[in-house]
Design a protein around this ligand. Structure first.
Ligand SMILES: Nc1ncnc2c1ncn2[C@@H]1O[C@H](COP(=O)(O)OP(=O)(O)OP(=O)(O)O)[C@@H](O)[C@H]1O
Length: 232
């Protein structure tokens, strides 16, 4: 069983390219389904990259399920699975089975055992028949599904999805949303598709590097929609 969901940001400031992209943000995230919304450049990707050690805060403290994001950065990838917008940025190997085997190896299995376990791992997602398929021959949705499988076989405690649906058609998106909805992991979803958060427990709206609003999805999304209409 994954451990209790517990992500804390204490007065976190982050600068990128000389600009302050997160400004003294404090959050305690203990829910299992949390959405992150905001206009382009508001700091969403930057914030979630603090949680898996891809970025480090300039000020303040980040802890993820008991790990200090700075002092224990090396342990974060084992705890936090990350799905990017573009699966091509994530997939390394030529075939599906090799990609999954690599994940299993990252999770600590010896190489030969990882190779042996790849097909059974795919079978848990009803995708054993994909094993020998060249990754380049998968559709965008299939690649994104492969990325999710490759991350989940490492059994992370947290799954972060950073705009994972942008290039997917509606049925594929719904399938992946359903898959994610059934996971035991703590999930942080960054998305512009606001209906994706209907069943989430909490939505955080970031604006210019600060929390503009934070609470139940219906209230936060209504306020965000009204704000966005005003900009249009
Ligand atoms: N590699 C980088 N170097 C310098 N500045 C960056 C870099 N990446 C992002 N930024 C800046 O950080 C700020 C926040 O960007 P971020 O990607 O976190 O926003 P976002 O809310 O995820 O936006 P989007 O919805 O467009 O993905 C922006 O002003 C952006 O220009």
């Amino acid at each position: 069983m994954p451990d209790a969901p517990s992500i804390h940001l204490e007065n976190v400031t982050l600068r990128r390219g000389g600009r302050r992209v997160l400004d003294a943000v404090s959050l305690a995230i203990t829910e299992r389904r949390v959405g992150l919304i905001g206009t382009n450049g508001s700091g969403k990707s930057s914030l979630v990259r603090l949680l898996n050690g891809l970025l480090a805060a300039d000020e303040g403290r980040v802890t993820v399920h008991g790990l200090d994001a700075k002092a224990q950065a090396g342990e974060l990838p084992g705890k936090v699975g990350f799905i990017f917008q573009n699966p091509d940025h994530q997939i390394i190997f030529p075939t599906v089975a090799e990609e999954v085997a690599f994940s299993l190896e990252q999770a600590g299995l010896p190489r030969r055992e990882a190779a042996r376990q790849a097909v059974p791992a795919l079978a848990r997602f009803d995708r054993a028949h994909w094993a020998e398929r060249p990754v380049h021959a998968l559709s965008e949705g299939e690649k994104q599904f492969l990325c999710i499988i490759a991350v989940l076989v490492m059994e992370p405690a947290v799954l972060i999805l950073d705009e994972p649906f942008s290039s997917l058609d509606l049925p594929t998106r719904r399938r992946l949303e359903t898959l994610v909805a059934g996971l035991p992991q703590q999930v942080i979803l960054v998305a512009h598709e606001l209906d994706a958060f209907a069943l989430y427990e909490r939505v955080i709206w970031l604006h210019e590097g600060r929390v503009a609003m934070d609470g139940p999805p219906a209230a936060v999304i209504a306020a965000y929609r009204a704000f966005a209409e005003g900009l249009a």
